[in-house]
Ligand binder design. Structure first.
Ligand SMILES: [Zn+2]
Length: 81
């Protein structure tokens, strides 16, 4: 019979130890890992909010974009060269 150990500190675990996927954790490290996941979700929500904000700004810029006629585009290109 093999003894289950915490995948972080290698301490032997009792029956019914906490696990995430196939990894077993002692109470201390399970709490630490799940706490770090909470931070991951919080930063994920900030990222999603930032992307939504950027999409809204990009949409408003697209709606207010200036359309150039062919002559204006030609003038801009000739000045640039
Ligand atoms: Zn541990």
């Amino acid at each position: 019979m093999s003894v289950s150990v915490c995948c972080v500190c290698q301490r032997p675990l009792e029956e019914g130890a906490r696990s995430i996927g196939r990894r077993l954790y002692c109470d201390e490290h399970h709490a630490k890992v799940t706490r770090e996941r909470d931070h991951l979700w919080q930063s994920g929500w900030v990222l999603v909010a930032a992307l939504v904000g950027k999409a809204c700004v990009a949409g408003s810029v697209k709606n207010n974009s200036i359309e150039f006629t062919g002559d204006e585009t030609h003038d801009i290109l000739t000045r640039a060269l």
